[in-house]
Design a protein around this ligand. Structure first.
Ligand code: KG4
Ligand code: ZN
Length: 349
């Protein structure tokens, strides 16, 4: 069973072909970073136009690289939301066109669900597991009980953690994209030099907050003044990253307690989304999992950040359950994972 996946919800134009044996036959990602860099963030209109310019060629390349003809496909899956709506439209319309021209099932995939199910593509992980989903737009802890079965344990009350990385990078003049730039700077920094807050740490439940931390970084940066050195910036980046790791580890510890109470199992803990690319955060979560007698499952870097292999895989999971989406599916700018079950979701074939 081969499925074509298409991802256009943010600033990556991506297409992939994945098969039912969990082989990624092709995984093509075109980053628009250079288009957005002058603006210090993703400009939705530029993103949509760029998807439009490039998607057809990217799809053709994914099919060619995987030696797949459209007739070999069992379905076409595209991110149906949440995301920047202009880009989502481009991917959804392309997938619908291919599907309707060739009589193939069309699947509108929730981008967050695709991140959530990636560990099953990479590690063949059985349900249930605890998921920490940390990206530029999303920041939540969930129990994943099955395809479409997501229980929200907690989420951010303000910024998503990736957003906090991006804003911190901007404050520190580290450029864009923020996450990798902060991680790079932090590598040579001393995390103990600045005493930054850990909002909500120790509090009951699994909610998170990062805006107070961001404000503290801004104040520390201001105090350093115009003459701040590379060393100062590196120390502040390291302190920020250490605070984030502490907050996430504390929230995950609470979530693991709840997961054990509900399922009787200590884990595993899965981390997904762009921030999962951060080595310091991975290490922190890995030791937390080990302390709790369970494991951390972290997909390889290229499958943590946005890609179309995860979209194709989510399509395979849905197809296996006999589901497909109607061709009048409307792209959804907002689409919480907790709305995946019930009415409005894929219909049985
Ligand atoms: O999942 P993703 O590619 O796109 C969204 O759906 O948001 O995540 C992008 C986010 C950005 O905020 C980026 O700064 C962050 O993930 N990120 C990182 C790292 N690499 C990407 N954050 C921290 N450390 C990194 N190495
Ligand atoms: Zn994402």
């Amino acid at each position: 069973m081969r499925v074509l996946g298409i991802e256009t919800s943010c600033d990556e134009t991506a297409a992939a072909v994945v098969d039912g044996e969990r082989h990624i036959r092709a995984n093509v990602v075109l980053s628009q970073l250079d288009d957005h860099r002058p603006y210090g963030g993703v400009v939705p209109e530029i993103a949509a136009r760029s998807h439009l310019d490039h998607l057809d060629a990217i799809v053709r390349r994914a099919l060619a690289e995987s030696d797949t003809r459209i007739g070999d496909l069992a379905g076409v899956a595209a991110t149906g939301g949440p995301g920047l709506i202009g880009g989502v439209f481009v991917g959804v319309m392309t997938a619908k066109a291919i599907a309707s021209a060739r009589g193939l099932p069309f699947l509108a995939i929730n981008h967050l669900e695709a991140h959530a199910l990636t560990a099953r593509l990479t590690d063949d992980l059985p349900f249930p597991y605890l998921l920490l989903l940390v990206s530029g737009g999303h920041c939540q802890l969930l129990r994943v009980g099955g395809v479409g079965d997501y229980t929200l344990y907690g989420g951010t009350q303000d910024d998503a953690v990736g957003e906090a990385f991006d804003k911190t990078a901007k404050l520190l003049g580290l450029g864009y994209p923020g996450g990798p730039a902060v991680e790079q700077a932090a590598r040579s920094g001393d995390p103990a030099r600045f005493d930054l807050p850990r909002p909500m740490r120790g509090r009951a439940g699994c909610d998170m907050s990062f805006s107070g931390l961001k404000t503290a970084v801004r104040q520390a940066r201001r105090r350093l003044g115009e003459s701040a050195t590379d060393r100062d910036i590196a120390d502040l980046a390291a302190a920020f990253q250490a605070a984030v790791a502490d907050i996430l580890a504390d929230r995950c510890a609470h979530a693991l307690d709840r997961f054990r109470a509900e399922t009787g199992a200590p884990g595993p803990l899965v981390v997904a989304g762009g921030v999962a690319a951060n080595a310091a955060i991975r290490e922190r979560l890995r030791s937390l999992a080990a302390e709790r007698g369970t494991t951390l499952v972290a997909p390889p870097l290229g499958l943590c950040t946005d890609n179309a292999a995860m979209i194709a895989w989510a399509g395979i999971e849905r197809l296996r359950l006999g589901q497909r989406d109607p061709l009048d599916f409307k792209p959804r700018p907002r689409w919480p994972l907790t709305e995946m079950t019930g009415a409005g979701r894929a219909r049985a074939i």
